[in-house]
Design a protein around this ligand. Sequence first.
Ligand SMILES: Cc1ncc(C[n+]2csc(CCOP(=O)(O)OP(=O)(O)O)c2C)c(N)n1
Ligand SMILES: [Mg+2]
Length: 362
Amino acid sequence: MFDEYNPLKNKIFRIIDNKGKVINKKWMPEIESKSIVKAYKDMLFSRTADLLTVNYQRQGRIFTYPPNYGQEAISGGVAQVIRHDDWVVPAFRELGTWLSKGVSLKEVFLYFMGNEDASKFENAHNVVPISVPIASQLIHAVGIAYEIKFHKKDEVVYTFVGDGGTSEGDFHEAVNFAGVWKVPVVFIVQNNQYGISTPFSVQTASQSIAIKSVAYGVAGIQVDGNDFFAMYAAVKEAHEHARQGKGPVLIEAVTYRKGAHTTSDDPSKYRTKEEEEKWNKTDPLDRLKAFMIDAKIFDFDEEKLIAEYKKEVDRQFVEAENYTPYPVEDVFKYQYVDMPEDLKEQQREYEKFLKWKTSVVK
Ligand SMILES: Cc1ncc(C[n+]2csc(CCOP(=O)(O)OP(=O)(O)O)c2C)c(N)n1
Ligand SMILES: [Mg+2]
């Protein structure tokens, strides 16, 4: 696959078209109908949770949240392949992947409510905390993969970054050394066309992100990230490549961020309705659903399912809301053994602000 789709050929790996028709039989993965249905339902759950979280934020019940809306097939593909002992080294827009590894929605909510307890991801095995400093996580991923290789373990590291993140030095350092050391790491670049308001057209002069893998001597592929089957097939191939000691793989998953960058952002300021409509035709859930209808395996009441999912999401959200609030000093106390004066001052100011807030917001 990595020869046929060598990024120098500038060819995107795709299996179904926008209407869900198989256009690339050769690479269609073998997958049972019930697994396809499950994958669709998982993606639908993730989308339901995501859309509801934006509503909670608008109700003032959670802080800033980065929606995954439109990017679900990427996690959907990873979820088919990733094993219990494999690692997830995420950025901050990996909802589906977290859920597939056993992170609870409640923990995700707590994190975006600012509660550090949630970062432990207690029931998830080998998932490291969310990383907001762009691309910094990639270095950690390569370090973990180095340890795996050193101790000859059968584990693969999955790490995620956005298109914007590929312009950070950390991205290049990470891919370079992953290549030199031939460590088992799969880099998944979620190219959702924007880094906040910066369009992909000004992110790089390279013909793709995938092609950057060539310079580092690493296998790479550009995949239609809104095509569940293509993502699944590419991730599976990357997984085997990494496990067999052939070194890292860089997957550029081409997708579109249908929502805002975060709930603090308004994309109507920097992109057009026409552009959004064009990408709407590539929606990952619509395409998979069209495939399932054709294959006569779409046999459930979707509206009813969404209603059930909403209840479950709400239940976990209320649990997070009722979780013991974190002590204010937690925000300040972990950086230094002895807190410097300016940090003490910040803490005092923050406490004063909170007092004021509770006096005006009843
Ligand atoms: C080192 C660093 N610089 C700047 C920021 C502010 N910031 C947060 S998200 C973001 C854009 C990220 O874009 P991209 O990598 O494409 O990921 P996406 O948000 O689209 O998933 C920026 C600049 C940050 N978090 N970290
Ligand atoms: Mg982006």
